[in-house]
Write a protein that binds this ligand. Structure first.
Ligand SMILES: Nc1ncnc2c1ncn2[C@@H]1O[C@H](COP(=O)(O)OP(=O)(O)OP(=O)(O)O)[C@@H](O)[C@H]1O
Length: 579
């Protein structure tokens, strides 16, 4: 009888249907009581030899059975509706919260584990809330009423029923803590296995290339065995629970019946009363038995409750307290002022006092060696984290002053890791703008250098892409993601190695077309290959988390610093490839 606060909270999403389901469950229980009364009267009539009233009594029993069938049906429908409501609201709430948490959370949580909580955990909550909770309320309310009825007819029967009922309800509580612990262990193992499988499936090409498929299979087998052991450990405790309840039910029913028979033999109770007590003794325990059954259905919800609570209450890496809508009339100017940032738990700062501006409506490139902090800068602009010192302003206002959703909406991003969904090309593009016309899609695709390839497909823009865009090449995926970002029509466009999978010739063409298509927007580009950014209005050279130099291609090459060395290294690499 574990009532986790998270599950109580979830139940609030469907107060009314749950109340209706509980009342209907109560009515079902009352119908059993009515049936017991009628059967007791029929049995007493048979004992007396007064069979004249039997047809009426038996017809009444049949009517009660029919009514109960109807009530049961309505109860299950109402409970299913309540459960579905809880599921939808809970998933929606969790997804919205995950969206607010941003990528910072997803670098610490495993995707497979989050998926298990969102899908299986929420299913478990549905069963707990819609089936277990109504039965729990009925189980707490009905037996006292039945005991009161028995007390009126034969108080001595209570000597057997009350202790047994108390044992059936309170006995298993001694194991609640252990059961909760085992449940948590089981859930953690289950979540871990889900995450392991997802990772193995997604990383199958890498595993195959590394010849590590066999090793991974053995590791997954061991994890499955671990889950089996956790399930058995949990079942053992659960079985003790059920055993105690069953024992109490059997003993209580037998003791109640014996006491009623003894009372009848000694002339203390009339036959009708004895039959009624015999039948009511069984009815006292019916809700307890039903509760044990529903417990097994809703148990997964109890196990998942901690994980759900952790997900729902996870603190975003940045506070969303800004109220200003990011609705810039013109492309805004971006300014980084003495920005210092250290990742949580990192030894030293990743950025140590970065200052530069990206002028409104211009293209600014950020270049530098691997690990210089380029992606980190872009992450700070999008407020995946906040800097510990310094400011980042957009259109003269601190990024923290903007409403987080609208800030991120105003900045379209294409990163190295594009994400395409198992849907048509058009649907993938329209994620950026649901009301975009076919002409809009085509214009964006042309600018991103992918239109001709889409048009050559038999189904064109209606072509369904495999999961993560599996049916496209890396370069095509990137260009589609670029088209999507252009379609978003955001005043700021951020490209983080957005063309890294495209060949160098193509990259130069795309960047030229893109610059034309993005004219009027403020564009921030990070690229390894300097050829992709040499035409940028301004180039910021970052090294070891500090700005090494700022200028245009010509002046930076002339200055002969890090940029010139990077440009030289790029040229040597190109020659090497050409040779
Ligand atoms: N989530 C994180 N937690 C801790 N450290 C991180 C995290 N992300 C990046 N770093 C560290 O911050 C430093 C800068 O990383 P960043 O990705 O910003 O560099 P970059 O210049 O974009 O590199 P590249 O050109 O290779 O993409 C690196 O040393 C990296 O290890």
């Amino acid at each position: 009888m574990i009532v986790h606060p998270e599950l109580r909270r979830a139940a609030r999403h469907a107060r009314r249907p749950l109340l209706a389901a509980t009342l209907l469950q109560g009515a079902v229980t009352l119908s059993w009581l009515a049936q017991a009364v009628l059967l007791a009267q029929a049995l007493a009539a048979i004992a007396r030899g007064a069979t004249g009233s039997l047809p009426v009594l038996l017809a009444a029993v049949l009517a009660v059975v029919a009514v109960r069938a109807g009530l049961g049906c309505a109860q299950r429908r109402t409970a299913a509706r309540a459960g579905a409501h809880v599921r939808v609201r809970l998933r929606d709430e969790l997804l919205a919260h995950l969206g607010r948490l941003g990528p910072a959370q997803l670098t610490t949580a495993r995707t497979g584990a989050v998926r298990t909580t969102l899908v299986d955990g929420v299913e478990g909550v549905d069963a707990y809330v819609s089936r277990y909770l109504p039965q729990l309320i009925v189980t707490l309310a009905a037996p006292p009423l039945l005991l009161a009825a028995v007390a009126v007819i034969e108080p001595r029967a209570l000597l057997g029923l009350v202790p047994a009922l108390l044992l059936a309800l309170a006995g298993p509580r001694a194991w609640d803590r252990l059961l909760a612990r085992r449940g948590k262990e089981h859930w953690d193992t289950y979540e871990g296995l889900g995450a392991d499988y997802l990772e193995a499936l997604q990383g199958m090409p890498a595993l195959r290339a590394a010849g590590a498929v066999g090793r991974t299979r053995r590791r997954l087998q061991e994890r499955s065995a671990q889950l089996h052991r956790a399930t058995v450990a949990k079942l053992r405790v659960s079985l003790v629970d059920t055993g105690i309840t069953d024992l109490a039910i059997q003993a209580g029913t037998a003791a109640g019946a014996l006491l009623a028979c003894w009372s009848s033999v000694t002339g203390g109770t009339a036959p009708a009363g004895t039959y009624l007590v015999l039948l009511l003794a069984g009815e006292c325990f019916r809700p307890v038995r039903d509760l044990a059954r529903e417990w097994h259905a809703g148990y997964l919800g109890v196990s998942a409750a901690d994980g759900l609570a952790a997900l729902r209450t996870a603190e975003p890496a940045v506070p969303d307290t800004g109220r200003e809508p990011a609705e810039w009339r013109r492309a805004p100017r971006l300014a980084f002022q003495d920005v210092e940032f250290r990742y949580p738990g990192a030894d030293g700062p990743t950025l140590g006092g970065v200052t530069f501006t990206a002028e409104a409506g211009r293209t600014t490139a950020i270049v530098g060696p691997s690990g210089a902090g380029k992606s980190t800068l872009l992450g700070l602009l999008l407020r995946h984290h906040d800097p510990q010192r310094g400011r980042i302003t957009v259109d003269g206002r601190d990024t923290a002053a903007y409403d987080l959703d609208s800030l991120r909406h105003g900045i379209a991003v294409v990163s190295q890791e594009t994400y395409l969904f198992h849907a048509s090309i058009a649907d993938n593009l329209r994620l950026a703008r649901a009301d975009a016309t076919d002409e809009d899609l085509e214009r964006a695709a042309r600018a991103a250098g992918i239109h001709d390839e889409i048009a050559a497909l038999p189904d064109g823009y209606a072509t369904v892409l495999g999961e993560r865009g599996a049916t496209l090449s890396g370069g095509q995926r990137q260009r589609l993601a670029l088209a999507r970002a252009l379609l978003a029509d955001a005043p700021v466009l951020v490209l983080d190695e957005a063309t890294s999978a495209v060949d160098e010739r193509r990259e130069a063409d795309i960047v030229r077309d893109l610059t034309a298509a993005a004219r009027g927007r403020t564009v921030l580009v990070v690229a390894h290959r300097l050829a992709a950014v040499r035409h940028a209005d301004r180039i910021v050279v970052l090294d070891g988390g500090r700005v090494d130099a700022v200028g245009d291609h010509r002046s930076l090459v002339a200055a002969g610093g890090l940029y010139a060395r990077l440009a030289e290294a790029g040229r040597t690499h190109e020659k090497g490839l050409a040779a």
